[in-house]
Design a protein around this ligand. Sequence first.
Ligand SMILES: C[S@@+](CC[C@H](N)C(=O)[O-])C[C@H]1O[C@@H](n2cnc3c(N)ncnc32)[C@H](O)[C@@H]1O
Length: 277
Amino acid sequence: MVEPSAEGADHETAAAGPETAAARMARYYDLDLLDDPGDLDLYLAMAERTGGPVLELAAGSGRLAVPLARAGYAVTAVDNDAQMLHRASKACAGARASGRRRTALDLELIEADLTTLSLDARYGLAFIALNSLLLLDGADAQRRAMQVLADHLRPGGVAVVDVVLPDATELSAYDGRLVLDWMREDPETGDHVTKLSSARHDATHATVALTTLYDTVSATGALRRTTRFDLLSLRSVSELVRDATDSGLEIESLAGDHQLTPLGPGSERIVLIAVSV
Ligand SMILES: C[S@@+](CC[C@H](N)C(=O)[O-])C[C@H]1O[C@@H](n2cnc3c(N)ncnc32)[C@H](O)[C@@H]1O
């Protein structure tokens, strides 16, 4: 599942309410993530290993950044979607770091394009999670993102990149067919939401064009459709490794899942772990 920053087309009439399509899309992102991707333990372990501070690129609504901050790490979370960061800010508000001294969270939210990010601080852990790299605008932007990770690490710091690795069977199913992903009640609004998606693989450009439709029925029976369009630029293992080494990182391991099972035939993801030397 991938939730990017692209703008959603809004089919709602102005009279139906002030919430923008972007704000609604950010809410749907969190509704999507009721299916836990299961990657938080990986980042907690990496944060513990390095001691932080932590930089998350494309941090979205703070799904990882907020628990990392709650675990006591200083976290900088970068995203270019103000509505996603607004949700991260809300999730952070009132939360306290764990432990005996329950201090306010050390979480900095920065609205910026991650591909041009340049901060003074250096981090023990820098990562881009859950396919976010694939949402960037092609190979050049993906290379820049890798360089940004590398440039913000202190010597010995660790970079983690996590992207999906669809196999031939999955790619062949990305033929434009409409798929019912889920039907859920939105706990924030009580609305009934149906998520449908259509993916189309373009082997020539190694892209997947993704159209997502969120159909919402409110308590009054009003129907609203919100649509978003995304283009995923797929990345092979060798391309990712080259991007990392070209950025000055040293590959530590290549895993095929969030439990760090070694990458191999049948792996559904690439989890690249690299060290700043
Ligand atoms: C799949 S979400 C991931 C959110 C979060 N890391 C998580 O795992 O739940 C992808 C995020 O990437 C952000 N994004 C996409 N392109 C970006 C860019 N060029 N600069 C900063 N953020 C970007 C989107 O706004 C979105 O919040």
